[in-house]
Design a protein around this ligand. Structure first.
Ligand code: ATP
Length: 530
């Protein structure tokens, strides 16, 4: 873990050293101001004393600024670098690696863990380095006056800066872990509730979910408050250590070191700043562990990436085939498919039918190259059987997905495409009358939480999106589940007319299956051609 964290800060080490250096100089300058002021209280200040304290105030101010500036510079650069790395890695894991993963986990990682690491570098490592350097300088200062008093200073510094924070951490560790878990669960719940707001409205459970969110937030708050309360006992312990140390040092110091004796209780601010260190340290280490685990996650073996060449439509000879394929999901014990072969050819509409869980979507994912088969092959051919690379595939998932963008951008996925072409596609799918009701037309901004269309229209819009993007294979996952039989026939007729590539339909509906050219029936790890 240490190596991973050091690796993050390595390119920024000089900025970090500058921040810690400024912090140390600032702390020493503040101490000089305190001692000179104590001297003033005891015997009045000479002109030299005023000059020294004036200079020390100036140095302390500049050094504090430097510490904050460089410290935050390091922290925000780490924040940026980590976010870029994590997002880039998520892209390499998608889609198979993110399949069936909890969104709350990603939110916690991106929102909570990366920020915890930023805090770790800005408010944990820096103060630790400053406190260690400062304690050494303080002991050296006292050593000149009295070696025994220097030992007492070291003891107080260790108690305030290490023993009390560690004692605090031991009591607070379980609470912190529980609070982090509560936060993750709350994020997942809030995320799901807002994503499925429409469904909650339909079922009349929106208020119940809102109340549950309040309860979860209150629980997370309660855990945080419990951790805060523990700090009061720490403050008391620090007060006790400082007053006993003070009495001891006053007794040990020679009479002419009155300024040091008087200022003693105010000399341990850098050590007191470490009060929360172990908590932040363990939170930082936990966050580091989850981020490292994500970055170490290797992409699921999949087919070679889709070709980068310009989008293409299928030639008449184009075909894609799973040949004698067996597949078990990573970590699962039972194979979903065993020695299965299916072929899809340009111009054909093929249906996958079979019971729920029989492996229809899995076969589609293998065709899309999300996963590589354990045995057998994914074969793509064109022009009289010559092998070809897997190019553009369009997948229309069961649940339509819309972004908070204009209708145009939702349909073209931000590619330049003439409005006339989009309009024709919508008209072909029977959506022209609906489009005419939108005052802003294609410029209408779609709010994913308040969709301005029905579920059936949403599926047709998704199909329009798929047809607007030239591809060789179009996979429709239950495309007609919310369509009435007439609308369904029209929809399939449009697909046949508008699309030249191979079409795969995954369906449970006999009416849809009846309209396919060929069917594959899935069941018990096997597939039969019907
Ligand atoms: N990412 C995954 N990781 C592990 N197991 C999975 C994953 N996706 C699906 N499965 C399992 O693989 C089996 C086949 O699932 P699949 O989704 O392919 O079935 P299906 O025939 O498409 O079902 P449905 O008609 O309900 O969509 C099921 O037992 C399912 O639980």
């Amino acid at each position: 873990m240490g190596t991973f964290l050091l690796e993050l800060v390595k390119p920024l080490r000089w900025r970090w050293v500058l921040s810690a250096g400024c912090g140390l100089v600032g702390a020493l300058a503040k101490t000089a101001v305190i001692v000179v002021a104590a001297q003033g209280v005891i015997g009045g200040l000479s002109a030299r004393g005023w000059l020294i304290s004036g200079l020390a105030v100036l140095v302390a101010a500049v050094a504090s600024y430097g510490e904050q500036y460089f410290g935050h510079d390091v922290a925000f650069r780490i924040l940026k670098n980590l976010r870029v790395r994590v997002f880039a890695h998520l892209v390499t894991l998608a889609p198979a690696g993110l399949d069936q993963q909890e969104s709350g986990r990603w939110l916690q990682l991106i929102g909570g863990d990366i920020e915890a690491l930023e805090v770790f570098f800005a408010h944990t490592l820096g103060p630790l380095a400053i406190a260690v350097g400062y304690t050494l300088c303080l002991c050296a200062g006292f050593l000149i006056v009295s070696p025994v008093a220097a030992l007492a200073v070291l003891l107080v510094a260790l108690l305030v800066g290490a023993a009390i924070p560690l004692w605090h951490a031991a009591r607070v560790a379980a609470l912190t872990a529980e609070a982090a878990e509560a936060q993750r669960a709350t994020r997942q719940y809030v995320f799901e509730s807002s994503e499925n707001r429409q469904l909650s409205d339909q079922l009349g459970i929106t208020e119940a979910r809102a109340a549950e969110t309040q309860t979860q937030l209150a629980e997370a708050g309660r855990l945080r408050q419990a951790a805060e309360r523990l700090q009061n006992t720490d403050r008391l312990a620090v007060l006790l250590v400082l007053t006993s140390g003070w009495a001891l040092v006053v007794w040990l110091l020679p009479p002419d070191a009155g300024a040091l004796a008087l200022s003693f209780p105010l000399l341990f601010a850098p050590q007191q700043a470490l009060a929360r260190l172990p908590g932040a340290l363990s939170r930082g280490l936990d966050a580091g562990r989850s981020i490292r685990a994500l970055l170490a996650q290797t992409p699921v073996p999949h087919h070679e990436p889709l070709g980068q060449e310009a989008p293409t439509t299928a030639s008449a000879d184009w075909a894609i085939r799973l040949a004698h394929v067996s597949f078990t999901y990573p970590g699962a014990e039972r194979a979903v498919l065993r020695d299965v072969s299916v072929t899809l050819k340009a111009g054909e509409v093929v249906g996958f039918v079979g019971a729920s869980g029989s492996g229809k979507s899995t076969a589609a994912k293998l065709l899309m190259g999300w996963f590589a088969p354990d045995l057998g092959q994914l074969v793509v051919t064109e022009k009289e059987g010559a092998s070809a690379s897997l190019r553009r595939i369009n997948y229309m998932p069961q649940c339509p997905v819309f972004f908070h963008e204009t209708l145009r951008d939702n349909l073209t996925l931000s590619r330049a495409q003439p409005d006339a072409v989009i309009g024709q596609q919508l008209a072909a799918l029977g959506l022209a009358p609906w489009l005419a009701t939108l005052p802003a037309g294609l410029d209408t901004v779609i709010d994913p939480h308040h969709l301005p269309f029905s579920t059936g229209q949403a599926q047709r819009l998704e199909l329009a999106r798929a047809l607007l993007r030239p591809s060789q294979l179009l996979i429709l996952d239950e495309p007609t589940s919310t369509q009435d039989p007439d609308a369904m026939s029209r929809l399939l007729a449009v697909v046949r007319r508008e699309f030249q590539g191979a079409v795969l339909i995954i369906t449970h509906r006999p009416e849809t299956a009846a309209q396919c050219d060929r069917l594959y029936r899935f069941g018990d790890q096997q597939v039969a051609s019907v």
